[in-house]
Design a binder for this molecule. Structure first.
Ligand code: CTP
Length: 424
């Protein structure tokens, strides 16, 4: 249960927990768990030496967010992302804070991820020092502590007790429960930091209930044959993975595809036919979805009388006709029956000619809030192709036209564009 006062409406108090290289780093795992249990949103950054004591994966699992460990990732934009990471937080907690980290913070040295974030973040900071008793008492450390206190940094501890070096003295990091109590004292009454528009977007999807359909449908002719289309499901799966990564609660309704489901889904509903998909979407909407993203290529027609036993060619003769009937149109017929006021609907339109006008026609006809248009015959696009091109439109016209990019990148950007449009 989240504590009263810690959760601010829909948004939680955001804590950036910085872990530096001391044996007390293991206690910060428990600290992370306690903070998450108390209703805080926690992201973790670690120095390289901290990763020698505890694996970043442990913090990733406990916090539910990727852990920042390196200033220089594969591409240079990571450095900028890290600055945004620092600005994301309402409160920065350094636990354990080593003598070295205190010294760097006091003098403004920024030579690795934690010291850089400390310098880049403008909000309140709480530090929980942990070190050998002599290091703690050293005039250099005491001078650094005095400087930090003067600048308004909150220090909790160190306490006295058994130290890793074998002595019993001052220098021990406070217990996680004591640090949580200090954080709660600071967090109550903490004003939410104004988030510039660009920074509000990464949190837009946090906690949103998102229903995504993906893949083709298989329409049974008999128990072994079906009518289908060439959809691979890649776009819907990429959207689901990205929505999960951005903190959404995702239900993925998937037609038959050859893809690994993304990790972290709220649920995966595997369906075969358009009828099954229609039923699953109806249930998902009833369960309170806030977004429906219909990327599935639902078959428009289905065999009218699927055979219960396998059809034999001797019985069919030299030629035969398959009688097909219309499948339910999910957007046009199923969604209106369950449409809550808060629901936003994103449809897809696959068009080979007059793409924008036809996509907008579908948006109106099917009462979508947004339509994602794509043309598989265009260069840099297409079924099964690595790269793809998309256009995002609302009733007001074009919102965003992508370059030809891998579908995973398009999925990420599409969610950002939707968030940006909603946050306007
Ligand atoms: N869709 C749906 N139910 C169907 C068929 C399509 O909900 N039975 C949804 C798709 O998931 C997509 C949107 O409607 O989000 C548009 O799909 P598309 O196949 O491009 O258009 P159709 O309306 O089926 O028209 P056409 O095939 O004639 O272009």
């Amino acid at each position: 249960m989240a504590d009263q006062g810690i959760v601010r409406g829909a948004a939680q108090v955001r804590i950036l927990l910085m872990v530096t290289g001391g044996i007390a780093a293991y206690k910060s795992c428990f600290l992370t768990r306690l903070l998450v249990q108390a209703g805080f949103s926690v992201k973790v950054a670690m120095t390289e030496s901290a990763t020698r004591f505890v694996s970043p994966m442990t913090f990733q699992v406990l916090s539910g967010h990727p852990v920042a460990t390196d200033l220089w990732g594969e591409d240079q934009s990571d450095a900028l992302d890290h600055i945004e990471y620092a600005r994301w937080s309402d409160l920065t907690v350094v636990a354990p804070a080593t003598a070295n980290t205190l010294a760097k913070a006091a003098t403004g040295i920024a030579d690795e991820i934690v010291s850089t974030l400390l310098l880049a973040q403008p909000g309140p900071v709480l530090m929980a020092p942990a070190m050998n008793d002599n290091m703690w008492r050293h005039p250099a450390t005491q001078a650094n502590v005095a400087t930090l206190r003067e600048r308004g940094v909150h220090l909790v501890g160190p306490g006295s007790g058994f130290l890793a070096c074998g002595t019993v003295d001052e220098g021990r990091m406070l217990e996680p429960e004591e640090i949580v109590a200090a954080i709660k004292d600071l967090a109550v009454g903490l004003e939410p930091r104004p988030q510039p528009e660009a920074l509000a977007i990464p949190t837009f999807w946090e906690g949103q209930q998102v229903l995504i359909t993906a893949g083709p449908t298989h329409e049974a002719i008999d128990p072994v044959r079906y009518v289908a289309n060439r959809s691979s499901g890649t776009m819907g799966y990429a959207l689901a993975a990205e929505a999960v990564a951005q903190g959404a609660m995702v239900t993925l309704i998937s037609g038959p595809v050859d893809l690994m489901p993304p990790r972290g889904l709220q649920s995966l509903v595997a369906v075969e036919s358009g009828q099954d998909m229609a039923a699953a979407v109806g249930q998902g909407l009833q369960a309170g979805a806030q977004w429906l993203i219909m990327s599935a290529a639902v078959a428009d027609f289905t065999p009218s009388n699927p055979a219960t036993g396998k059809l034999k060619k001797e019985d069919l003769g030299t030629g035969w006709q398959l009688d097909m009937s219309r499948n339910p149109d999910i957007l046009a017929e199923v969604v209106p029956a369950h449409r809550a006021e808060h629901l936003k609907v994103v449809g897809f339109a696959l068009e080979t000619e007059d793409v924008q006008a036809r996509a907008l026609g579908k948006l109106k006809a099917k009462n979508m809030d947004y339509v994602v248009a794509n043309n598989p015959t265009e260069a840099g696009s297409g079924f099964g192709a690595e790269n793809h091109r998309l256009q995002l439109l609302s009733s007001g016209g074009m919102i965003w036209a992508s370059e030809s990019r891998p579908k995973t990148e398009l999925a990420k950007q599409l969610l950002v564009e939707l968030a940006r449009h909603q946050s306007r």
